[in-house]
Design a protein around this ligand. Structure first.
Ligand code: P1T
Length: 387
């Protein structure tokens, strides 16, 4: 099965035997527990819904198939998935090398919870440069944590080269693949060990569910993380599992349309005289455009940019738009816009933001799948209002 077919069928095959009804959509199994005929023999393998639930298991099978992984696990949020990786694989005094441009909530979790309370040492480096990762490796280093493209500055890192370096030192490579989605990038195939997603974004795609996912092929890693999924219990609910199963069916068509609109918006912005800088890996002007062409099969729907303006004017611009809601999050069918320094990345200290080039006036767009002309006209009109 190719990607589009797996996205519709895997995990949701109609059951036409054993008294099955032949449902073409997976039922939402709501039971919290499962009755047994015999005390020590769970019926049909299910015991308690934190451990396993048929609706969540169906989604987990599909999630694995999208990244061509052997195993998938669904969590209550992207950050719950990230937390489960740390709990499963790291101990006090371990050292983690992380890309310095990450979702603000991930940096907050790493710096304020795991470094702050659990003595896990996090070192942020510019992972665009392999030498920076190489120089950061220490005897206690266990893991390299990457986003590519990054949130919000759309920087890329070379997953294959970093994985080769990491494995020569016995390190685990984690890639947060939320921005690209498995439709445009499959990190496990490039050598990464673990893929993590916020399913809140493209995988669900409709801004109506918060969730997270982990995909792995190594069985030892799977067993450790699966143990924590049950032991710590940050699982995705049956209803949210249903929503994500449903959302994924249209992932391929949505991603192509997100990209088509994003390319049009990026080109429009790049040509506008009051736009200083556009960060989109699909533009030839992006410094890592050739890496994007090599590593990704498409460039996605996320763009960030700088107006030739101060924060006040940037705020006025985003508040003047008609179709772009001013909101955190991304990856839904509707276009969203925000100022990362004041919203999604406000928890990162200003000095740290400045170090990575995240200015107060940076604007980030999650380009939706609306009509392209409507979006361009809206942006044009808002720019005219400000300037
Ligand atoms: O929100 P949650 O489902 O817990 O996912 C966290 C997360 C993880 N990784 C990336 C790359 C993300 O972008 C996010 C969440 N990001 C936003 C809410 C945002 O607006 O950037």
């Amino acid at each position: 099965m190719r990607f589009e077919t797996r996205a519709i069928h895997v995990g949701e095959e109609p059951n036409l035997k054993d008294g099955g009804y032949g449902d073409v959509a997976m039922p939402i199994h709501v039971a919290s527990t499962y009755a047994r005929k015999e005390v020590d023999q769970p019926t049909a393998g299910y015991e308690y819904a934190r451990t396993d639930n048929p609706t969540r298991n169906a989604l987990e099978k599909r999630l694995a198939s999208l990244e061509e992984a052997r195993f998938g696990m669904a969590f209550a949020s992207g950050l719950a998935a990230e937390t489960s990786i740390f709990l499963a694989l790291l101990r006090a005094n371990d050292h983690v090398i992380a890309f310095d441009d990450l979702y603000g909530g991930s940096r907050r979790l790493f710096s304020q919870v795991f470094a702050g309370n659990f003595q896990i040492h996090i070192q942020y480096v510019d992972a665009r440069h392999l030498s920076q990762i190489e120089n950061a490796i220490q005897p206690h280093t266990r893991m390299i944590w990457l986003e590519t493209p990054t949130n919000p500055l759309m920087k890329l890192c070379d997953i294959r080269a970093i994985s080769e370096l990491a494995h020569s030192h016995g390190l685990i490579v984690v890639v947060d693949n939320t921005f690209a989605s498995p439709y445009f990038q499959q990190p496990l195939k490039l050598g990464a060990d673990i893929v993590v997603h916020s399913t809140t974004k493209y995988l669900n795609g409709h801004s109506d569910s918060v969730g997270g996912a982990i995909m792995v092929s190594d069985e030892t890693l799977y067993r450790k993380i699966k143990f924590v999924q049950n032991a710590a219990g940050a699982i995705l609910s049956p209803f949210d599992s249903f929503l994500v199963l449903r959302g994924i069916k249209t992932l391929a068509v949505r991603m192509r349309r997100h990209e088509q609109n994003a390319l049009a918006v990026a080109r429009f912005l790049e040509k506008h005289p009051r736009v200083k800088q556009v960060y989109y890996p699909g533009l030839a002007s992006h410094p890592q455009h050739s890496l994007a062409c090599r590593q990704m099969s498409g460039f996605g729907g996320m763009i960030s940019f700088e107006l030739d303006a101060d924060v006040k004017q940037a705020k006025k611009f985003v508040e003047s738009l008609r179709y772009f809601a001013v909101a955190e999050s991304l990856g839904g069918v509707e276009s969203l816009i925000e100022l990362p320094a004041l919203m999604t990345h406000a928890s990162i200290p200003r000095k740290e933001r400045e170090k990575i080039g995240l200015s107060d006036a940076l604007i980030r767009i999650s380009v939706g799948i609306e009509n392209t002309e409507d979006l361009l006209e809206d942006l044009d009109a808002a720019l005219a209002t400000v300037f």
